[in-house]
Design a protein around this ligand. Sequence first.
Ligand code: DGI
Ligand code: FE
Ligand code: FE
Length: 188
Amino acid sequence: MAEELLRIRKDLSKKLKKERLEHTIGVMYTAASLAMRYGADIQKALTAGLLHDCGKYCSAKEQIRLCRKYDIRLTGSELEMPALIHAKLGAYLARHEYRIKDQEILDAITWHTTGRPGMTLLEKIIYIADYIEPNRRIIPGLVEIRGIVFQDIDRAVYLSAKNTIRYLSESGKAVDPMTVSTCDYYRK
Ligand code: DGI
Ligand code: FE
Ligand code: FE
């Protein structure tokens, strides 16, 4: 593995809980596999996968405090749904603490939770790798998505967004408008 990735991995292994670290490594290699299939940059996929949840090293309350400290603007919907905040904070930390300058990688981290319409290939890869990585607990729809993602990544993105919306609605949680836009955009 490249020196830089090893350095980041070592740091994250001190900061993230064991399960989060294992999920992170799962996303990293799943993203690399998808990059091989779809012709994306494998090193960028590994880096974005490794860092995608780096904003989750502390509690939601602490994440909000850090966003204030670093002047990271949060939308009303993010303050209402703190589970979203680690994506933006993660992109900030990737840039300022892990010295990642590549905007494509930073965008993939920023949009990994809600997705967005018209995602780049790398953004789609991280969005879907996060959903399907091998350590993820089996939830309804996951087996189907794993089965089609290597044929049709856009459809896999659509199904993931649709499942997320269904799961959130069933749990009585608010859905971010961007999650809805992602689902609508990738519906064919
Ligand atoms: O960080 P992970 O657990 O690996 O996965 P993630 O970044 O996709 O999602 C983190 C959490 O955010 C997960 O419990 C689902 C939730 N989430 C995703 N989209 C939305 C959302 N929560 C709300 N309230 N609204 C959303 O649109
Ligand atoms: Fe996440
Ligand atoms: Fe994740």
